[in-house]
Design a protein around this ligand. Structure first.
Ligand code: KG4
Ligand code: ZN
Length: 379
């Protein structure tokens, strides 16, 4: 079973080809990031225009890389949400057209689920990939952390999972991007804040962690089912929410930066990069990074204790963060097998991998005449 996956939900135009959900045959990615750097974030119109230019070359590049023709492809998978509307449209229209012309089944893919499936890819003959030696075992706790998403999900099996919690405002990567802007560091913020943090003191001052209390109904149901079996255990966790919030942390960084330069909240944030010295920037980066990552790791540890999964996977762009990896290693009593950073950030291979499992598990196909985008699709 060979599936070609198309991804265009944000600023990457990508096409990957995967066999049986586990073997990577091609991973072609064109990023329009360079066009967005000057704006400090992705500009939707610019991204959509770039997808139009890149989509056909990227698909052809993937086929070439895999040394395959359309005759070898068993199906097409495409991200139809969540993401930027104009960006998603380009990938979905390309996939629909190809499914009709090449007469292939079409699979509609949820972008956030696809991030998790990047971890099922364990083999490739392509150069420069470091992959996990084995696929995740169920039940599997998945932490998805990227510029657009912060989710914690418990997978009991393929296509049988519960979303334990998610961000109620900014995603964690988005918080990195916004703090980078406050400090005058380049976009994307994850790597640039991470680099500045290396020169700072992560305990120079304190920042608040958001306390989320509302327990979502799906999690309540899951706990109700479990409480028959392990009532004592469930009581301990009944009040815990796995939702995240990062907008307050970003505001706290802004206020602290303004105070550091002797100003109040009326001081314009765009003047901060010049007003702060390098040592102050490094300390802010280090404290922010520690607290943001701790917030995510605290929840992952709690979920691990509550649900005792057989494996844990980390997905999305922020999975590349050395600080996240360090904190998880220190605090989680289980080894995590990370996938290659090229499969953590947006790519078509993760879409193809999930497409393979959909095909193998007889999941419904999408209608190539009518598949629509869903920019606000949730897990
Ligand atoms: O998964 P991704 O490529 O795109 C989305 O689906 O959002 O994630 C991009 C995000 C950006 O916010 C970027 O700042 C963050 O991942 N990121 C990192 C690192 N590398 C990328 N965050 C922390 N540390 C990193 N090393
Ligand atoms: Zn993503």
């Amino acid at each position: 079973m060979i599936i070609l996956g198309i991804e265009s939900s944000c600023d990457e135009t990508a096409c990957g080809i995967v066999q049986d959900g586990t073997e990577l045959l091609a991973n072609a990615v064109f990023s329009s990031m360079d066009l967005h750097v000057q704006y400090g974030g992705v500009v939707p119109e610019v991204a959509a225009r770039s997808h139009i230019e890149s989509i056909t070359p990227v698909i052809n590049q993937a086929l070439e890389e895999a040394e395959l023709t359309w005759d070898d492809i068993d199906g097409i998978a495409v991200t139809y949400g969540a993401g930027l509307g104009g960006s998603l449209l380009v990938g979905v229209m390309a996939a629909r057209t190809l499914a009709i012309i090449k007469n292939k089944p079409l699979y509609a893919i949820n972008h956030v689920e696809a991030h998790v499936y990047a971890n099922f890819i364990t083999a490739t003959s392509l150069p420069d990939y470091i992959l996990p030696s084995a696929a995740p075992v169920f039940p599997c706790l998945a932490l998805i952390v990227s510029g657009g998403h912060s989710q914690l999900a418990l997978f009991r099996d393929h296509f049988d999972y519960t979303l334990l919690g998610q961000t109620q405002d900014d995603a964690v990567g988005e918080a990195f991007d916004k703090v980078a802007k406050i400090l005058g560091l380049p976009y994307p913020g994850g790597p640039s804040v991470g680099a500045a943090a290396l020169r700072g003191n992560p305990y120079a001052f304190q920042l608040p962690k958001a306390r989320m209390t509302a327990v979502n109904p799906v999690l309540q149901d899951l706990r109700a089912q479990r409480s028959d079996r392990s009532a004592k255990n469930s009581e301990e966790f009944s009040e815990i929410s796995y939702d995240f919030s990062f907008s307050g942390l970003k505001t706290a960084v802004l206020r602290h930066a303004q105070a550091m330069v002797g100003k109040d909240f009326t001081f314009p944030s765009k003047m901060l990069p010049e007003a702060l010295n390098d040592a102050q920037k490094a300390d802010i980066a280090a404290v922010f990074q520690r607290i943001a990552i701790e917030t995510v790791v605290d929840k992952a540890i709690q979920a691990y204790k509550e649900f005792s999964p057989a494996s844990v996977v980390i997905a999305g762009g922020v999975a590349a963060s050395p600080e996240l990896r360090r904190q998880l290693k220190d605090r989680l009593p289980i080894e995590i097998a990370y996938t290659d950073p090229k499969l953590c950030t947006d790519n078509g291979a993760m879409v193809a991998a999930l497409g393979c499992f959909k095909a193998a598990h007889n999941q419904p196909t999408a209608d190539p005449l009518s598949l629509d985008i869903q920019p606000n699709l949730s897990m």
